[in-house]
Structure formats: structure tokens, C-alpha cells
Design a protein around this ligand. Structure first.
Ligand SMILES: Nc1ncnc2c1ncn2[C@@H]1O[C@H](COP(=O)(O)OP(=O)(O)O)[C@@H](O)[C@H]1O
Ligand SMILES: [Mg+2]
Length: 236
């Protein structure tokens, strides 16, 4: 589904990503963990073609390194950004409708309402609040809205940036239940998390990122047992 080879991203003179390689196979749920500032968000933005990068990016076996961001959304590559980025002054439903904007082909009214109902079925909290302004939702509801909005583009590969950030534990659990049901529908997921325990408990494999480099790649179970990971990321 995704192959990243020797990816490098610079912001002016600062190297944020220093040559990383990894892959995500179709149907997998893989996480990228690491401390604040490690380069995780930059990596996701580079894959979604939102920041210029060097190296090779293959999405469904085709090079995307020179493709514009909006075309990739139409081909099923979607990013749920850090901090959610919902449109505060639009209603829940209008936010969801915006998610269909860049998808392939024009959505008919019938397709649009079928998609909305499917998403409200998955996210009943949003169904109850469809006319509410997004800016007045709780943090967890906004995260669910950001995920729901991304589903409107019919993603095949979903990049999720820190979906647990700033949420109370109970809400984190609810958001991750939603993520799990998205995965169960066959969407391939690349999950970025500072909450390593949670991410590794959800994913089959993980990569550890430190100062712009991938320093470990292993199954979640072996990362959870790794003493260095336990000390650095699991608070032991
Ligand atoms: N827009 C930007 N301009 C300059 N430097 C940036 C920008 N965004 C991120 N950085 C820097 O790139 C590095 C990686 O940041 P980021 O990818 O956000 O890390 P993470 O998501 O792992 O916390 C940090 O040193 C950060 O300060
Ligand atoms: Mg980040």
C-alpha cells in the first residue's frame, strides 16, 4: 500500500526527517511512535504531499513524490491532522460534506446522503449533533468528526496523527474503538502516537522514530518487551 524509501524533509536549514524507509502493507495497522519533535507529523505530511520532500514514496506501487495532494485524496490517501483541523464555524454535517470535496468523481446527492448516514451509523455521537457548530464540540467529538470527515473521501490508506492528544482516558478509548472499526472495514492505517502503550496495543507492527530517524522496527509485542522502548516510551 505504501513504501517510503530514504525520505528526507528539511525546513530551511533544519533537517526534520533524515532519510527514513518503511512500509505499510494493504490491510495492516502500523504505528509510528516517538517523542515530541521526532519528525512524526512531518513524515505524515510528506506522505500526504503537504510538505516538499526528497526520496521515494510509492502508494499502491506508483510513485507519488511529485503528485499534488488533492489528487491523492481522490485516490484514497487521506490524512487526519494533528489537532484535528475541523472547520469551527461550520456544522458537523457541513464538515463531513467538505470531506467529500476532493474525492474521485462528483458525489451525487444520493451518494452523499448514503455516505453521511453510513458515517452517522459509525459515529452516533455526531448523528445527534449534525447541526451543531464543530467549534462547540468537545475535543473527543472533534476528533471523531475529523475521522468521519476523512472517511467521506473513501480512503484506502488513512494517516492518523495523534488521535489521542489532549483527550480524557474514556474519550481516548471511544476514539480508538472508532479507529478499530475503520480498520475492520478494510482501511489500511498508519497511526502516529506519542501514547506508545496504546498504539502498540492496537497495531501489529511499529516503528520507533528518534530525531528524524527510524531507530527500531519490530512487531508490537517485541517493542513492548524491549527494555529501551519501555524506558523511553512506556514510562518505566
Ligand atoms: N513548519 C515548520 N517549520 C520549521 N520547523 C518545523 C516545522 N514543523 C516542524 N518543524 C520542526 O521539525 C521537527 C519535527 O517536528 P514534527 O514533525 O512536528 O515532530 P513530531 O510530530 O514527532 O512531534 C521539530 O524539530 C520541529 O520543530
Ligand atoms: Mg506531531
Amino acid at each position: 500500500m505504501l513504501e517510503v524509501r530514504d525520505l528526507k524533509v528539511h525546513y530551511g536549514g533544519i533537517a526534520a526527517v533524515k532519510g527514513i524507509s518503511f512500509e505499510v502493507r494493504a490491510g495492516e495497522m502500523v504505528c509510528l511512535i516517538g517523542a515530541n519533535g521526532a519528525g512524526k507529523t512531518t513524515t505524515l505530511k510528506a506522505i500526504a504531499r503537504m510538505v516538499p520532500a526528497q526520496g521515494e514514496l510509492l502508494y499502491r506501487a506508483a510513485s507519488i513524490v511529485h503528485r499534488p495532494c488533492h489528487e491523492l485524496i481522490g485516490e484514497g490517501l487521506a490524512l487526519v491532522p494533528e489537532g484535528r483541523g475541523v472547520f469551527a464555524r461550520l456544522s458537523v454535517q457541513e464538515n463531513l460534506e467538505m470531506g467529500a470535496y476532493c474525492r474521485a468523481g462528483v458525489a451525487s446527492k444520493g451518494e452523499m446522503s448514503a455516505d453521511l448516514e453510513r458515517i452517522y451509523g459509525l459515529l452516533p455521537r455526531l448523528a445527534e449533533r449534525r447541526k451543531q457548530l464543530a467549534g462547540t464540540l468537545s475535543g473527543g467529538e472533534q476528533q471523531m468528526l475529523a475521522i468521519g470527515r476523512s472517511l467521506m473521501s473513501h480512503p484506502k490508506l488513512l494517516l492518523l496523527d495523534e488521535p489521542s492528544m489532549g483527550l480524557a482516558p474514556l474519550m481516548v478509548q471511544k476514539v480508538f474503538e472508532v479507529i478499530q472499526s475503520v480498520a475492520a472495514q478494510g482501511v489500511t492505517l498508519l497511526l502516529v502516537e506519542q501514547n506508545a502503550q496504546l498504539a502498540l496495543s492496537m497495531c501489529s507492527r511499529g516503528y520507533v522514530m528518534e530525531s528524524g530517524l527510524i531507530t527500531l522496527a519490530a512487531s508490537s509485542s517485541s517493542l513492548l518487551e524491549n527494555p529501551a522502548v519501555r524506558t523511553a516510551y512506556l514510562g518505566e
